[in-house]
Design a binder for this molecule. Structure first.
Ligand SMILES: [Zn+2]
Length: 277
């Protein structure tokens, strides 16, 4: 069977994401990310590709580059919408054309949330200032330093010979199949997170953890780490009802297809279907 490789959300090759923190003023061709709350100023063309406005003369924060195009975050009061650009819910842009601009808009959204949520020092309440050497926010009064928020999490494909364990989240907006998933807690290793999350969500014990790939899931400020592993002991599932509406074994040749296509979860399900795990 040929394994159909689908691009994950962050796979923008041949374009290259450059996130070295090298602030500079905007140049011709650079793009502006201007958010009003959780809405982004942009236009969508006939192919549903995101078009971002150019940088004007406003106050901006350098974010990153893709190839030679710089992406800048608008600061201060959101700009008025002006044709062809209008404010679109950033969440809805997940369904837009999968290209490097969609990636830039999502990564920019995560950085935007971080800047907005850290305007004031959590220790003394003073207004934070931008670090000059690295991407950080520093309190001028008490020197409290805050770095971009990144929540490590695991995605776990539990296998049992020809069977794969699939779940459905009780509170997910889409009714898609998924894998066991959860955030790492302070004080535990990623491997311990895998064991704990599988036990909490399904009551199963697993072994033989195989790291597969990671994915920057910027929509929830997460860094996902995907593992395959084998069930041992009882294969009887005890579903965590508060988290999951479904948790069941599926045979390799009877796996459902309604799962996200540009995520690590989707790629791992398809990899199992193809017999590569
Ligand atoms: Zn402070």
């Amino acid at each position: 069977m040929i394994y159909a490789v689908k691009k994950m959300f962050q796979d923008i090759a041949p374009h290259r994401y450059k996130n070295e923190y090298t602030p500079r003023p905007p140049r011709d061709g650079d793009r502006l990310l201007c958010f009003d709350g959780d809405r982004l100023l942009c236009a969508l063309d006939a192919e549903n590709r995101i078009q971002l406005p150019p940088c004007g003369g406003q106050a901006v924060q350098y974010l990153f580059s893709i190839d030679d195009t710089g992406y800048f975050l608008h600061e201060g009061t959101p700009l008025p919408a002006q044709a062809p650009y209008g404010y679109v819910p950033a969440k809805s842009l997940r369904g837009s054309f999968a290209d490097e601009t969609r990636f830039a808009a999502a990564v920019g959204g995560s950085l935007h949330r971080w800047y907005v949520q850290n305007r004031f020092c959590g220790c003394c309440g003073a207004e934070m200032e931008k670090g000059t050497e690295e991407r950080s926010l520093v309190c001028p009064k008490c020197k409290n330093t805050v770095y971009p928020k990144l929540c490590p999490a695991v995605i776990v494909a539990v296998t049992d010979g020809e069977r794969l364990l699939l779940t459905k989240y009780a509170h997910a907006p889409r009714n898609n199949y998924a894998l066991v998933a959860g955030f790492c807690e302070i004080g535990e290793t990623v491997e311990q997170t895998v064991l704990r999350e599988v036990m909490e969500e399904t009551g199963l014990t697993v072994t033989n953890l195989r790291f597969y790939k990671s994915q920057p899931w910027v929509y929830t400020d997460s860094l996902l780490m995907g593992f395959f592993c084998d069930a041992v002991g009882s294969r009887e599932i005890r579903r965590q009802e508060s988290e999951l509406s479904e948790a069941a074994w599926f045979l390799r040749d009877a796996l459902p297809t309604n799962h996200s296509t540009d995520s690590l979860t989707g790629e791992m399900i398809e990899r199992f279907r193809a017999g590569l795990e």
